[in-house]
Design a protein around this ligand. Sequence first.
Ligand code: UN1
Length: 509
Amino acid sequence: MKLDFLQTLGLEATNYGSSTGLHHMTFDELISSSSPVDGQHIGKVGSTSRAQYDAIISKAQEAFKVWRTIPAPKRGEVVRQYGEKLREHKESLGKLVSYEMGKSYQEGLGEVQEMIDICDFAVGLSRQLYGLTMHSERPQHRMYEQWHPLGIVGIISAFNFPVAVWSWNAMIALVCGDVVVWKPSEKTPLCGVACQNLIADVLEANDVPEGVVNLINGDYKVGEYMSTDKRVPLVSATGSTRMGRIVGATVAERMGRSLLELGGNNAIIVEPDADMNLVLTAGVFGAVGTCGQRCTSTRRLIIHSSIYDQVKEKLVNAYKQLKIGDPLDASNHIGPLIDTDAVKMYTDAIARVKSTGGSMLVEGGVLTGSGYESGCYVSPSIAEVAANAEVAQHETFAPLLYLMRYSDLDEAIDIQNNVPQGLSSAIITNSMRSAEQFLSAAGSDCGIANVNIGTSGAEIGGAFGGEKETGGGRESGSDSWKAYMRRQTNTINYGKEVPLAQGIKFDLG
Ligand code: UN1
């Protein structure tokens, strides 16, 4: 593998250290990053110690005092320049994402595009952090609310979107006037350093004080530093439900705020009148895209019994066309899973389907031989299971799609909702009634509900997140920015009396 893209991203030494915003740090421990694509070692990144973490947080607190006074549109200008920087480096960053994480190069580029898009969104937002004004019940009083930055926003992100999810949080937080501390997944630390290197140039060119954008690296312990730290008013965490449960409880214990975007168990309901092309494209991309490692990946297809056999046959045929291999080779649809632990979880889930009464329609497994030496490549699976199958209650972060049948839409919606998670959902139909029923208050209980598109690939302009065990947080577009700010209600008396609210009389004589 030619790794010339590393240099373009400022990753030229063997030990990349960690660009933290505090330069010249030396590290006692290093994290190694290797590629699931070919198993090669890519580089090492410094693991942040407790003392270094404390130094970074102190620096960030100081930086916040300056950053919060810079007008929001000026902060937006810095974010705009970062968007430009990303446009210049889109290909190299897309390659690094693909090589370090394993998703196809096309999807790597798509992820960098999401970063660019959120920069554009945040720039516009920097002039639109609106508060409401309301009429006071008292004469000669004015009442309104305004939004102030929170302070340090801690960001914990997962390996599967190693650059975009940070940007959704960081770009919005920055225009809001917050400073950010990011802990990327220890499985994709170089992506973190690359993003930090690119933004460091922009910050420097704009005389932004050191400590506004920070990177820390390490395992869950480093995440714990943030979730237990009162100096971090908001922790935004993306990852497994198991992780989110711990982060959410720890942050709540100290009355901090958390924004959680956790597991999904996303389904597509296929109605009798569904357009088959839509079903195939949305279903197959949803299930096998990113090798089934999106939180929005399609896990379940709930198919009307009248077309069940037809859909099943088409899907099995479509799966035969899938090409699996080096994700940087454009002719492949699917790259590797992130690591061999993920491979084991996948094969264990297949074994569980078989031992609990499900049947494998397409039985995938571990690929071996030339090109598959990393041990992380698998072929995708389709299983038929009962609608209430225990195995389908869990999210397996791999390309394992469950088929289930239903006979009327109420039943399909019940099946779709009857899981602990609530991130994304979709219906494929040409019936206005079915679509509207699915979208109604009695329909899908998820944070995302789509008609005639799949469950994955959400645009950054909408609020992104879900209900139940998905954690309830909303990131990215719409008014998600409010999570990164504190609301203040202001009442101003411009008269000479002090009338009390609620008509209370209080006369000092
Ligand atoms: C994730 O998997 O954590 O909607 C994020 C999508 C992408 C983001 C997924 N825009 O599939």
